[in-house]
Design a protein around this ligand. Structure first.
Ligand SMILES: [Zn+2]
Length: 251
Protein backbone atom coordinates (compact mmCIF):
# COMPACT_ATOMS: atom_id res chain seq x y z
CA UNK A 1 0.00 0.00 0.00
CA UNK A 2 1.00 3.64 -0.23
CA UNK A 3 0.22 6.90 1.48
CA UNK A 4 0.41 9.77 -0.97
CA UNK A 5 1.73 13.12 0.20
CA UNK A 6 -1.24 15.31 -0.71
CA UNK A 7 -0.35 18.07 1.77
CA UNK A 8 -2.99 18.63 4.46
CA UNK A 9 -5.44 15.84 3.56
CA UNK A 10 -5.64 12.10 2.87
CA UNK A 11 -4.83 10.02 -0.20
CA UNK A 12 -4.31 6.27 0.28
CA UNK A 13 -3.66 3.60 -2.31
CA UNK A 14 -3.96 -0.15 -1.72
CA UNK A 15 -2.75 -2.29 -4.61
CA UNK A 16 -5.14 -5.06 -5.61
CA UNK A 17 -3.49 -6.58 -8.71
CA UNK A 18 -0.80 -5.27 -11.10
CA UNK A 19 -1.77 -1.76 -12.23
CA UNK A 20 -4.98 -1.88 -10.17
CA UNK A 21 -5.75 -0.33 -6.78
CA UNK A 22 -8.30 0.64 -4.18
CA UNK A 23 -7.98 4.40 -3.61
CA UNK A 24 -9.27 5.93 -0.39
CA UNK A 25 -9.59 9.73 -0.60
CA UNK A 26 -7.93 11.96 -3.18
CA UNK A 27 -6.44 14.85 -1.19
CA UNK A 28 -7.23 18.54 -1.65
CA UNK A 29 -4.76 19.17 -4.45
CA UNK A 30 -5.59 17.89 -7.96
CA UNK A 31 -1.95 17.47 -8.98
CA UNK A 32 -0.58 15.67 -5.92
CA UNK A 33 -2.86 12.63 -6.07
CA UNK A 34 -2.54 12.29 -9.85
CA UNK A 35 1.27 12.41 -9.59
CA UNK A 36 1.32 9.82 -6.83
CA UNK A 37 -0.91 7.44 -8.80
CA UNK A 38 1.44 7.91 -11.78
CA UNK A 39 4.44 6.97 -9.62
CA UNK A 40 2.62 3.91 -8.38
CA UNK A 41 1.67 2.99 -11.97
CA UNK A 42 -2.02 2.71 -11.17
CA UNK A 43 -4.02 2.51 -14.42
CA UNK A 44 -7.25 1.08 -13.04
CA UNK A 45 -8.97 2.23 -9.85
CA UNK A 46 -11.08 -0.76 -8.84
CA UNK A 47 -12.87 1.38 -6.28
CA UNK A 48 -12.46 4.98 -5.15
CA UNK A 49 -13.83 5.69 -1.68
CA UNK A 50 -14.26 9.28 -0.49
CA UNK A 51 -14.44 8.82 3.27
CA UNK A 52 -16.38 12.05 3.84
CA UNK A 53 -17.13 15.23 1.98
CA UNK A 54 -14.49 17.66 3.18
CA UNK A 55 -12.29 19.16 0.47
CA UNK A 56 -9.04 17.75 1.90
CA UNK A 57 -10.43 14.29 1.04
CA UNK A 58 -12.14 14.84 -2.34
CA UNK A 59 -10.53 17.93 -3.95
CA UNK A 60 -8.29 15.84 -6.21
CA UNK A 61 -10.96 13.39 -7.32
CA UNK A 62 -11.53 14.59 -10.89
CA UNK A 63 -7.83 14.55 -11.77
CA UNK A 64 -7.25 11.25 -9.96
CA UNK A 65 -9.51 9.43 -12.40
CA UNK A 66 -8.54 11.33 -15.59
CA UNK A 67 -6.63 8.97 -17.86
CA UNK A 68 -7.46 6.01 -15.63
CA UNK A 69 -10.27 3.50 -15.63
CA UNK A 70 -12.60 3.71 -12.63
CA UNK A 71 -14.84 0.78 -11.72
CA UNK A 72 -16.79 2.18 -8.75
CA UNK A 73 -16.98 5.40 -6.73
CA UNK A 74 -18.30 5.46 -3.17
CA UNK A 75 -18.67 8.22 -0.58
CA UNK A 76 -19.90 8.64 2.96
CA UNK A 77 -21.41 11.83 4.32
CA UNK A 78 -23.83 13.45 6.72
CA UNK A 79 -24.95 15.68 3.83
CA UNK A 80 -27.89 15.15 1.48
CA UNK A 81 -25.83 14.73 -1.66
CA UNK A 82 -22.22 14.80 -2.86
CA UNK A 83 -20.55 17.94 -4.30
CA UNK A 84 -20.11 18.63 -8.01
CA UNK A 85 -16.52 17.27 -8.13
CA UNK A 86 -17.65 13.84 -6.93
CA UNK A 87 -20.65 13.55 -9.27
CA UNK A 88 -18.51 14.85 -12.16
CA UNK A 89 -15.80 12.30 -11.52
CA UNK A 90 -18.36 9.50 -11.43
CA UNK A 91 -20.11 10.75 -14.57
CA UNK A 92 -16.77 10.97 -16.43
CA UNK A 93 -16.32 7.27 -15.72
CA UNK A 94 -19.91 6.49 -16.75
CA UNK A 95 -20.86 5.69 -13.15
CA UNK A 96 -23.06 6.99 -10.41
CA UNK A 97 -21.44 7.81 -7.10
CA UNK A 98 -22.82 5.44 -4.50
CA UNK A 99 -23.38 6.22 -0.83
CA UNK A 100 -21.46 3.81 1.37
CA UNK A 101 -22.93 2.11 4.45
CA UNK A 102 -21.83 -0.81 6.60
CA UNK A 103 -23.94 -3.09 4.39
CA UNK A 104 -22.10 -2.05 1.20
CA UNK A 105 -19.97 -4.81 -0.29
CA UNK A 106 -16.82 -3.77 -2.12
CA UNK A 107 -15.95 -6.45 -4.61
CA UNK A 108 -12.20 -6.19 -5.20
CA UNK A 109 -9.60 -8.57 -6.59
CA UNK A 110 -7.22 -10.07 -3.99
CA UNK A 111 -8.08 -7.85 -1.05
CA UNK A 112 -11.07 -7.93 1.29
CA UNK A 113 -12.70 -4.71 2.47
CA UNK A 114 -15.35 -4.43 5.19
CA UNK A 115 -17.12 -1.15 5.77
CA UNK A 116 -17.29 -0.83 9.58
CA UNK A 117 -18.65 2.72 9.79
CA UNK A 118 -21.10 4.41 9.56
CA UNK A 119 -23.04 1.53 11.02
CA UNK A 120 -26.78 0.89 11.05
CA UNK A 121 -29.36 3.29 9.69
CA UNK A 122 -28.27 6.51 11.36
CA UNK A 123 -25.45 8.57 9.94
CA UNK A 124 -23.76 10.88 12.46
CA UNK A 125 -24.73 14.53 11.95
CA UNK A 126 -21.14 15.79 12.20
CA UNK A 127 -19.32 15.34 8.87
CA UNK A 128 -16.02 14.04 10.33
CA UNK A 129 -17.95 11.43 12.30
CA UNK A 130 -19.74 10.33 9.13
CA UNK A 131 -16.35 9.21 7.74
CA UNK A 132 -16.29 5.74 6.24
CA UNK A 133 -14.08 3.39 8.27
CA UNK A 134 -12.67 0.51 6.24
CA UNK A 135 -11.14 -2.72 7.50
CA UNK A 136 -8.86 -3.95 4.72
CA UNK A 137 -7.33 -7.43 4.67
CA UNK A 138 -4.40 -7.86 2.29
CA UNK A 139 -3.02 -11.35 1.67
CA UNK A 140 0.80 -11.63 1.65
CA UNK A 141 2.79 -14.83 1.01
CA UNK A 142 3.17 -15.52 4.75
CA UNK A 143 -0.04 -14.21 6.29
CA UNK A 144 -2.88 -11.75 5.94
CA UNK A 145 -2.17 -8.16 6.92
CA UNK A 146 -4.93 -5.96 8.32
CA UNK A 147 -5.22 -2.26 7.72
CA UNK A 148 -7.73 0.04 9.39
CA UNK A 149 -8.60 3.28 7.58
CA UNK A 150 -10.44 5.72 9.79
CA UNK A 151 -11.09 8.89 7.78
CA UNK A 152 -11.47 11.85 10.13
CA UNK A 153 -13.62 10.23 12.85
CA UNK A 154 -13.47 11.97 16.20
CA UNK A 155 -13.50 10.58 19.75
CA UNK A 156 -17.26 10.00 20.10
CA UNK A 157 -17.54 8.10 16.81
CA UNK A 158 -14.33 6.20 17.64
CA UNK A 159 -15.85 5.03 20.96
CA UNK A 160 -19.06 3.97 19.20
CA UNK A 161 -17.04 2.14 16.53
CA UNK A 162 -15.07 0.17 19.14
CA UNK A 163 -18.31 -0.72 20.94
CA UNK A 164 -19.98 -1.83 17.70
CA UNK A 165 -16.96 -3.82 16.52
CA UNK A 166 -15.46 -5.66 19.53
CA UNK A 167 -13.48 -7.84 17.10
CA UNK A 168 -11.20 -4.86 16.42
CA UNK A 169 -9.84 -4.79 19.97
CA UNK A 170 -9.86 -8.60 20.26
CA UNK A 171 -8.01 -9.29 17.03
CA UNK A 172 -5.97 -6.11 16.76
CA UNK A 173 -4.89 -4.54 13.49
CA UNK A 174 -1.45 -4.50 11.89
CA UNK A 175 -1.53 -1.02 10.40
CA UNK A 176 -3.69 1.90 11.52
CA UNK A 177 -4.30 5.15 9.69
CA UNK A 178 -4.54 7.65 12.52
CA UNK A 179 -7.84 9.51 12.31
CA UNK A 180 -8.17 13.18 11.39
CA UNK A 181 -4.50 13.84 10.53
CA UNK A 182 -3.51 13.24 14.17
CA UNK A 183 -5.83 15.93 15.53
CA UNK A 184 -6.40 15.87 19.27
CA UNK A 185 -10.15 15.29 18.74
CA UNK A 186 -9.38 11.99 17.01
CA UNK A 187 -8.55 10.67 20.48
CA UNK A 188 -6.33 7.74 21.47
CA UNK A 189 -8.98 5.06 22.18
CA UNK A 190 -8.60 3.27 18.84
CA UNK A 191 -4.82 3.10 18.86
CA UNK A 192 -4.83 1.97 22.50
CA UNK A 193 -7.46 -0.71 21.82
CA UNK A 194 -6.02 -2.23 18.68
CA UNK A 195 -2.26 -1.82 19.30
CA UNK A 196 -1.08 -1.66 15.68
CA UNK A 197 2.55 -2.33 14.82
CA UNK A 198 2.58 0.68 12.51
CA UNK A 199 0.62 3.94 12.56
CA UNK A 200 0.26 6.18 9.50
CA UNK A 201 -0.36 9.92 9.66
CA UNK A 202 -1.26 11.95 6.59
CA UNK A 203 -0.64 15.60 7.35
CA UNK A 204 0.67 18.77 5.69
CA UNK A 205 4.05 20.12 6.71
CA UNK A 206 3.68 23.20 8.98
CA UNK A 207 -0.11 23.08 8.68
CA UNK A 208 -2.28 25.73 10.36
CA UNK A 209 -4.19 23.21 12.49
CA UNK A 210 -1.31 22.03 14.65
CA UNK A 211 -1.76 18.46 13.37
CA UNK A 212 -0.62 16.02 14.55
CA UNK A 213 -1.30 16.98 18.17
CA UNK A 214 1.33 16.12 20.84
CA UNK A 215 -1.30 14.07 22.74
CA UNK A 216 -1.49 11.66 19.80
CA UNK A 217 2.28 11.59 19.20
CA UNK A 218 2.91 11.00 22.94
CA UNK A 219 0.43 8.11 23.01
CA UNK A 220 2.13 6.47 20.03
CA UNK A 221 5.55 6.87 21.68
CA UNK A 222 4.28 5.57 25.03
CA UNK A 223 2.84 2.47 23.36
CA UNK A 224 5.98 1.96 21.27
CA UNK A 225 4.08 2.16 17.98
CA UNK A 226 6.27 2.99 14.97
CA UNK A 227 4.84 5.92 13.03
CA UNK A 228 5.19 7.02 9.40
CA UNK A 229 4.12 10.57 8.46
CA UNK A 230 3.72 12.21 5.07
CA UNK A 231 5.00 15.57 6.38
CA UNK A 232 8.30 13.88 7.23
CA UNK A 233 8.60 11.27 4.46
CA UNK A 234 6.55 12.68 1.60
CA UNK A 235 4.68 9.94 -0.25
CA UNK A 236 5.68 6.50 1.00
CA UNK A 237 4.96 2.82 0.44
CA UNK A 238 4.36 0.16 3.08
CA UNK A 239 5.25 -3.43 2.33
CA UNK A 240 5.02 -6.45 4.59
CA UNK A 241 7.85 -8.93 4.15
CA UNK A 242 7.62 -11.89 6.53
CA UNK A 243 7.38 -10.44 10.03
CA UNK A 244 8.67 -7.01 9.12
CA UNK A 245 6.84 -3.99 7.79
CA UNK A 246 8.99 -1.90 5.44
CA UNK A 247 8.29 1.79 4.88
CA UNK A 248 9.99 3.42 1.91
CA UNK A 249 9.82 6.93 0.54
CA UNK A 250 8.31 6.92 -2.93
CA UNK A 251 10.72 8.43 -5.48
ZN1 LIG B 1 -9.39 15.68 6.75
Amino acid sequence: MAMCDVGQGDGIVVRTTAGHALVVDAGPDPDAMDRCLDHLEVDVIDALVITHLHDDHYGGVVRAIRGRALTALYYSTSEESPPREVTEAAAAAGLEAERLTSSTTLDLPQIQVDVLWPTGDTVPSEENNASAVLDVVVPTPDRSVTLLLTGDIEEDAAAALLAAEPALAEGGVDILKIAHHGARNGGTAVLEAIAPSLALISVGEDNDYGHPHPVIIDALARLGIATARTDELGSFTVEVVGDTVEVRTLR
